[in-house]
Design a protein around this ligand. Structure first.
Ligand code: HEC
Length: 164
């Protein structure tokens, strides 16, 4: 009886080991759900511009937690450079689909990224961590705004220009 227990638990252990070896080495990255009110081509254009953010944030936090100021400054600088919607020729076209808060949050992302670079230049690790928190908040709030806020200009009704 005891022998059977040992044999079957060995079989289970081997099965688990085999499953671990065979499991896909790359799991798919999580994605935002598609917003219903944004046309596919606009989504695709935005996605192309935004795609590096996830990888950048993972890299940034690793440099930040091991107090690698140069590495953190380099990646935060990249996040700053990559966010270019606000002052791009696309802005006007995108305003039809995106809420104003979206553009404001991109500005805030740039400010937080710049503050990380500045804190890194001072060797201020706590400051970098704090601004990393602020930066993360801009990611979450912008995704929320993207999915749920109304566009800046509505369907060009009489009130379309109000508050612009
Ligand atoms: C200005 C608004 C805005 C900000 C700020 C923002 N994002 Fe995004 N993000 C988007 C949009 C728009 C998409 C594209 C969603 C889609 O595919 O419809 C996106 C997509 C993504 C995706 C999914 C990419 C994919 O391939 O589907 C990830 C991951 C992501 N963002 C991470 C981040 C991180 C991390 C930050 C903060 C550093 C951030 N984002 C900040 C607007 C933003």
């Amino acid at each position: 009886m005891k022998r059977w227990v040992m044999i079957s638990s060995t079989v289970v252990a081997i099965a688990v080991a085999v499953a671990l070896v065979l499991r896909p080495s790359r799991t798919l990255d999580p994605e935002l759900p598609p917003p219903a009110h944004i046309p596919a081509e606009v989504r695709a254009a935005l996605r192309g511009k935004m795609q590096r953010h996830g990888a950048d944030m993972r890299e940034l936090i690793m440099h930040l937690v091991v107090l690698d100021n140069d590495g953190a400054a380099r990646i935060a600088g990249r996040v700053y450079d990559e966010s270019t919607l606000v002052r791009s020729p696309d802005t006007e076209r995108l305003e039809k689909f995106l809420p104003r808060r979206f553009f404001a949050l991109e500005e805030q992302l740039k400010v937080a990224a710049r503050r990380i670079v500045e804190a890194a230049a001072r060797g201020d690790s706590a400051g970098q961590a704090e601004h990393f928190g602020t930066l993360t908040k801009t990611c979450v709030l912008c995704h929320e705004s993207y999915l749920f806020d109304r566009p800046t200009t509505t369907d060009l009704g009489p009130d379309a220009a109000v508050g612009r």
